[in-house]
Design a protein around this ligand. Structure first.
Ligand code: CA
Length: 270
């Protein structure tokens, strides 16, 4: 059962390091529990038991499969450029991971986590935000398959009664295609001559963060005073503009998937 002793990879460690200096909101770390096994498998990150009948998909490629009784799955689709893979199972937090051709050189084990009572799943679909006009060198442009919904995404969702002392985070499962200067400097975008302003995240009309990098599981702390309990709240994500195009407005084309709200109890020191 060696495969269960999988290594933890901190996918966004670098991200936090770089984002921390530029966004106004706190982005906290979250360790993705992935590793290498004997076959591709989805497990419960707490119990390590296999998760059967989980939906595994590459939405941009229109590819879907399900895990078997042992949580195993095969990806029958060829991955030649980074794309978003999702794993969905009732009762679990929606999971996504940016994968490329090397991701499945060896089988991977994906740990998914049960939802907490106060978690709110806002959206589990994949969206392309922008204007469908982008450079072939854009970060992950090769994988844009779905049509843009326009330069912004917005969604209303119900918030219940969140425990008053909990910290509340907006989690963006995966985002690809951001062509900021930082994404270029980090090697995520190959666009040499231009870059774009970062996408902006609004909560009930207030900007709470800017996204400078592509990556998985980006967590944005939502100031509690912006949250309207027992009422409808709104999240909006606006694509950044190409800062080197003045003749017309060119929005940065990005794709994102899995938006949810996570609450965490503050750790009390005694
Ligand atoms: Ca564009």
């Amino acid at each position: 059962m060696n495969y269960k002793k999988f290594a933890c990879i901190n996918i966004i460690g670098m991200l936090i390091l770089f984002c921390g200096t530029v966004v106004s909101a706190a982005i906290s770390g979250n360790v993705e529990k992935n590793g290498i096994g004997d076959y591709n498998q989805v497990i419960d990150s707490t119990t390590q038991a296999p998760v059967s009948q989980a939906d595994v998909a590459l939405p941009a490629k229109g590819y879907h499969t399900r895990t078997d009784d042992e949580g195993r799955f095969n990806l029958g689709a060829k991955i030649d450029a980074p794309t978003i893979m999702s794993v969905q199972k009732e009762g679990y937090k929606p999971f996504s991971l940016t994968v490329d051709g090397n991701s499945f050189a060896k089988p991977i084990v994906i740990g998914i986590e049960k939802t907490n009572p106060h978690d709110i799943i806002i959206d589990k679909d994949l969206y392309h935000i922008g204007d469908d006009s982008y450079s072939e060198n854009s970060a992950n442009a090769g994988e844009f398959r779905i049509k843009a919904i326009g330069p912004f995404y917005t969604k209303n969702f119900k918030v219940g009664n969140i425990p008053p002392n909990d910290d509340v985070y907006l989690v963006i499962g995966s985002v690809i295609g951001i062509d900021t200067k930082m994404a270029r400097d980090m090697g995520q975008s190959k666009v040499k001559t231009t870059y774009a302003a970062p996408p902006q995240i609004f909560f009930n009309g207030n900007m709470i963060a800017e996204l400078n990098l592509n990556g998985d599981n980006q967590q944005i702390k939502i100031p509690r005073n912006l949250i309207k309990p027992d009422s409808i709240n709104q999240i909006t994500i606006k694509s950044g503009k190409n800062l080197f195009q003045s003749a017309y407005i060119d929005y940065d084309d990005i794709e994102l998937m899995n938006l949810f709200i996570e609450t965490k109890s503050k750790i009390t020191a005694y």
